[in-house]
Design a protein around this ligand. Structure first.
Ligand code: TEU
Ligand code: CA
Length: 574
């Protein structure tokens, strides 16, 4: 893999913005495009190359913009197309490129296509969606949508239903229809012509349907089967993804990151190999460990060893094939600090440790807004505080399974998507400095302790640490090894240690050109107590360390929640 063809995006660091919660410039309580423009210098200073912005298209916001009613329009809540063009231009001035969210498995029920389809299901637009007749007065099949309830919604006044994998306001587009596909491709190319660097591609595995919609074995008391089970049994998505790529991204050398769950075994090369469907896909292997029986409200506790194993196995597999996009959190997930760190580690040291591991793995690092200051899950006082459609569904499911109001509140609070959607914490002021008005979603009360303003003043802060970490990853000297260096796990027999080498063979040494070989050790102690480890190699240099008590000499001493990144020299004498 080290010698494989190099792509322009291999060494980039990406930052995800959830625009509604990022920064509000006009006091309406909703983040906006001008808010992103205002913070570009902040992102530049952090070291960001690419910014992925969650959907900003026109939308009724049933699922926070993942229900698009006009693919060519900017939601007025966020601003105008002029604002968007200005954002592109201002970002470019700072060497930052923009990646948009591409939501093409479904659109909004308010989209013109769907409105026309409803008016005339037999007409041209009817075939842009999946309309089917019911069976024996019931839905065409027993699938449960991702947000709860049937995947089939009856069309009033007819014997027909339409299909939706997510909310009923998000009808699925019929990818078997070439005319529909062409309309999407034209739209994608129109955006790429504006100068986007690429797209993050939403829920894309769902586009391929078994159009017979066979009945499945129920997996819950509602008699329905989760739609992901149908996805797992469906093949042929690859052909559609190749068609998409050839007609759009490929012509622009665009960067594409797929949101892919439920891939079949052995398909990774087709997805992200040299000529794969996408540049990269997210590595969700650690996130999938907390899937529950009935969704995510009943998520099991995270086990450190299982987490380590999942990451290590994923890294070992992917390095023979391509690059994955590494995240600890995104807009659908609780905060990484609250999820992947034990309670005693949810502090500055632990936060830096988790960030170091995530950013120095092999792959494309993605940061989610607020991660760089160590934002944490919110304290939720009542289910009424939640806005998210999925959280509301899981709360209902939990109550239905017999949990009391308080129990259901507690379990859903742990995994709610709204943990990631509270306003970005710019300062300790009221509403976290996010808005001068009333925020659409409450700010996390801990903004008085965790915020950008105070961390900018403190040289030892999480924010400054992230800046240093990104600068290290991108430095002339170490860029090569952190981008292309092999991953090898280390100290796997130690109970609380997550450690790995990144190493690069020297190349072209004979001709006097090429690069010198390098070996880096990243070692993190997720335990509470200090540990001492033998060192396999002599220590050339400490590249970064999160605690003064960490020490690397003859042996490696890591304080509880300590992490060190070391450049290795010759093999140590034993
Ligand atoms: O998510 C797709 C998805 O399958 C999971 O995120 C999951 O179903 C969800 O988190 C359940 O809680 C994407 C977007 O990231 C998400 O925000 C959208 O709601 C969804 O697609 C529909 O567009
Ligand atoms: Ca606003």
């Amino acid at each position: 893999m080290e010698t494989a063809k190099r792509k322009w995006w291999h060494d980039k660091v990406v930052y995800q913005i959830y625009p509604k919660s990022f920064y509000d410039t006009n006091g309406d309580g909703i983040g906006d495009l001008r808010g992103i423009i205002a913070k570009l210098d902040y992102l530049k200073e952090l070291g960001i190359d690419l910014v992925w912005i969650s959907p900003v298209y026109k939308s009724p916001f049933v699922d926070q913009g993942y229900d698009i009613s006009d693919y060519y329009g900017i939601a007025p809540e966020f601003g105008t197309m002029e604002d968007f063009d200005e954002l592109l231009a201002e970002a470019k001035k700072r060497g930052i490129s923009i990646v948009m969210d591409l939501v093409i498995n479904h659109c909004s029920d308010q989209h013109e296509w769907f409105q026309k389809a409803l008016a005339d299901p037999e007409g041209k637009y009817g075939d842009y969606f999946y309309f089917r007749e019911g069976k024996d007065g019931k839905a065409p099949s027993n699938y449960r949508s991702y947000f709860g309830g049937s995947c089939w919604e009856p069309v009033p006044g007819t014997d027909k239903y339409y299909f939706h994998a997510f909310a009923k306001e998000q009808p699925d587009l019929n990818w078997e229809n070439p005319q529909m596909r062409q309309e999407l491709y034209d739209m994608i190319n129109w955006w790429l012509d504006k100068g986007l660097a690429g797209f993050r591609i939403d829920a894309i595995i769902n586009i391929k349907k078994n159009v017979e919609f066979p009945e499945l074995e129920p997996d819950g008391p509602d008699g329905l089967a989760g739609y992901h089970l149908a996805v797992e049994q469906t093949s042929g998505v690859g052909e559609l993804l190749e068609d998409l790529k050839h007609n759009t991204f490929e012509k622009y050398d665009a960067f594409t990151v797929g949101e892919v769950f439920n891939m079949h075994d052995g398909e990774l090369p087709e997805f992200i190999g040299e000529d794969g469907h996408f540049s990269t896909i997210f590595d969700f292997s650690a996130h999938c460990l907390t899937e529950g029986e009935r969704g995510w409200y009943d998520a099991p506790e995270l086990d450190f060893k299982a987490w380590r194993k999942a990451l290590v196995e994923s890294q070992l597999e992917v390095q023979e094939i391509g690059f994955k996009a590494n995240i600890i959190e995104n807009h659908d997930e609780p905060r990484g600090v609250s999820r992947f760190l034990p309670e005693y580690a949810r502090n500055e040291a632990g936060t830096k440790m988790l960030g170091t591991v995530s950013l120095l793995l092999r792959g494309i690092p993605f940061l989610y807004q607020g991660q760089e200051i160590g934002m944490q899950n919110c304290v939720w006082e009542s289910p009424e505080e939640w806005d998210d459609i999925s959280t509301k569904d899981q709360y209902k499911t939990a109550r239905g399974a017999g949990l009391s109001r308080d129990e259901a509140l507690r379990v859903c609070a742990r995994m709610s998507r709204d943990n990631a959607r509270t306003p970005m914490q710019w300062s300790g002021d009221s509403n976290a400095g996010f808005t001068t008005g009333t925020p659409w979603m409450k700010a996390n009360p801990n903004c008085s302790e965790i915020n950008v303003e105070s961390q900018q003043r403190d040289a030892g802060s999480v924010l400054h640490y992230y800046q240093k970490l990104i600068a290290l990853r991108k430095s002339e000297e170490y860029k090569e090894v952190f981008t292309y260096g092999q991953f090898a796990p280390a100290y796997g027999e130690q109970d609380h240690v997550m450690a790995f080498y990144r190493s690069m063979e020297s190349s072209g040494a004979a001709s006097g050109e090429g690069t010198a070989g390098k070996r880096i050790l990243v070692a993190a102690n997720f335990g509470q107590d200090s540990i001492e480890l033998p060192l396999e190699y002599q220590v050339e240099k400490v590249l970064i360390s999160n605690l003064p008590k960490n020490h690397a000499g003859e042996r490696l001493t890591l304080a509880g929640c300590g992490v060190m990144v070391l450049e290795c020299g010759e093999k140590a004498a034993v």
